[in-house]
Ligand binder design. Structure first.
Ligand code: OOG
Ligand code: NI
Length: 303
């Protein structure tokens, strides 16, 4: 996907994507259908709008720790978002060069959870008494890629996972899935006619049997109307817990974003439009619903 074998950022992004594609069946299913319909001629033709990660807001972890990796690679922190009901904070990061994806990183406000849920999380994270990113050689792309697949805390018990799930689906997701890539995002507006609106693309996705997140409607639209997003719902994966019990739990999903030209550039012809002419950033109300792509209600279709 990213080709400069010398650059740590390229190594990290390629490795994250390789693990994600191996794990999330919808990734290849969608790429293969786009290839079969001659919408793209390889995975590399698909523009990755952004990738996303989830973190726990406890000492030495959370956004303040995680962001160091991507700040070192030239990413810049931009807007803050707050999700009151979900007890989450997030920032997005602008890439060092336009061909790299934006990054969206969220963090659970652990202190806002019940004492019991806080205790469960702390039981796993308390032994971490220094920032794990600080001991990483960030110039070594493979070391960072390996770090992002590594467990920083012990595997939870099934009972702890289930207790967290009752109170915060996000907390349960992170305690098991850790820093795994939460989603990559196909830039819909970059595709050819017939596929480059979310209405058309969602119709194509449902035609190949992909299940979409319906929270807030299948298409989530920003207040200015210029950022529209849809996403799949996570599949269920059999996960084995530290007590040997197995449960079906949520993993990662795929997102689709359509960014329209900003008012000042709406007169430009299609072939004159560059990424910088389009709506940038994220939208709290869209994101709030996209988080639910890993929620039990969406996965089981209860809504
Ligand atoms: C992130 C949800 C928000 C977006 O593009 O607004 C998001 C998550 O599920 O962790 O991806
Ligand atoms: Ni996203």
């Amino acid at each position: 996907m990213y080709f400069d074998k010398q650059k740590p950022l390229d190594i990290v992004l390629n490795d994250l994507f390789a693990h994600y594609r191996d794990h999330v069946a919808d990734v290849s299913k969608i790429t293969d259908a786009l290839l079969a319909n001659a919408v793209v001629s390889s995975q590399d033709d698909i523009v990755n709008d952004h990738i996303a990660f989830r973190t726990l807001g406890v000492p030495h972890l959370g956004i303040a720790s995680f962001e160091k990796i991507f700040l070192a690679y030239g990413y810049q922190r931009r807007d803050h978002y707050y999700f009151e009901a979900k007890k989450l904070d997030a920032y997005w990061y602008a890439p060092p060069e336009p061909h790299y994806p934006r990054i969206f990183v969220s963090e659970l406000q652990v202190k806002a959870l019940s004492a019991e849920a806080q205790k469960i999380i702390q039981q796993y994270t308390d032994p971490i008494n220094s920032d794990p990113v600080d001991s990483l050689a960030l110039s070594n792309g493979q070391a960072v890629a390996d770090f992002l697949q590594q467990a920083l805390w012990p595997l939870p018990t099934a009972a702890d996972y289930q207790r967290l799930l009752e109170e915060s689906e996000y907390a349960a997701w992170v305690i098991y899935n850790r820093y795994y890539l939460n989603h990559y995002t196909i830039s819909i507006h970059e595709l050819k006619d017939g596929y480059n609106t979310l209405e058309e693309f969602n119709c194509f996705l449902e035609g190949i049997g992909v299940k979409l997140n319906t929270a807030g409607g299948k298409i989530k639209t920003s207040a200015d109307g210029l950022l529209r997003q849809s996403s799949t719902v996570s599949a269920l994966y059999e996960a084995t817990f530290s007590d040997g019990r197995a449960l079906e739990i949520a993993g990662s999903y795929v997102e689709f974003a359509e960014r329209s030209p900003l008012p000042a550039f709406q007169h430009l012809a299609k072939d004159e439009l560059k990424p910088e002419h389009r709506r940038d950033g994220f939208e709290t109300n869209n994101a709030d619903k996209i988080f639910e792509s890993t929620y039990t209600g969406q996965i089981k279709g209860e809504q």
